[in-house]
Ligand binder design. Sequence first.
Ligand SMILES: [Zn+2]
Length: 345
Amino acid sequence: MSFFKRRATSLRAEAVTPTRRQLLAGICGCCLGSGLNVSPAAAQIPAVQQHIAAARAAAGSDLQAYMRLVQPLLPASGTSGPTPAQLRAMPPPAPFKAFDNLVFVGNHYVTAWAIPTADGIILIDALDNDAEAEHHAEAGMRGAGLDPAQVKTVIVTHGHADHYGGANWFAQRYGSRVAMHEADWAMMETGLEYDRPELGRPPRRDIVLRDGEIFRQGGTAIEILFTPGHTWGTISLLMDVQEGGRRHRAMLWGGTAFNFGGQPRRVPRLQAYIDSTVKAQQAAQRQEVDVFLSNHTGWDQAVEKNARRRPGGPNPFVIGVDATQRALTVMRECALATMAAWTAA
Ligand SMILES: [Zn+2]
């Protein structure tokens, strides 16, 4: 039985809505889809199967969403989920606090996280375009009691349009600064990797973030971890999150899918991705990261986690140090399975 059929069965047991099942059934898209292009024979290579088995073991029952990274290497599920365009067209979820200082203001396709500080708001990613910046991110902040005029910085995790598309809107309306890694500023200036007419134009080069740098604003410190792979300038973020006086350490993974385009660039990109998961795992272990976040709810299941919250109950976003390590293992094993399929082709 395929992952998607198993997942659908377990979800029925959880009595979720048909829409929610649909959302988990098999979303595809630039930043969400696997981006794989492999022959059916490649899926049968022993090394591919071994890495898929290792990924599946690490995923357990709680991290199955990441198995979509190897969807083309799995038996056909017969299900297909909504497209990114359909997800974008859905009314966005109501904004919610994952933690006291981390607010979800995204939609069903792509996530923006707002971090209120003593000196304005840091917005992590800016959604697809002006309309989403206004009607999803800005409206979400207002709904959560935050003043969007206080967005001082937009940190963009990587240079794909579904993450920077609304950055110009914040820069022009509120004078927000935009921060990215040098490699993706350069990519956006010389040749966009992912662009669509309905998505926003790239922002102009502003703040350049570097590996290991601590970005500080209003008493909040965000460690920049350079994790190339998904793009050559992808960054992941390490930060403290709090709830009711309890502190947790969070990692926000900056780019998940293997959508690297055609040969010859895809193999070095995938190797960089594999190396980045090792580096991130070491940092996460050292810092005892127990919260693992994404910039797409399709990966970290942020909307589903929030729906599971109960007053006085545990915070579903606190998955623990072990599960954080396993999430990175799943991604690496999926990347290794893909590498085995690509290099054998
Ligand atoms: Zn992307």
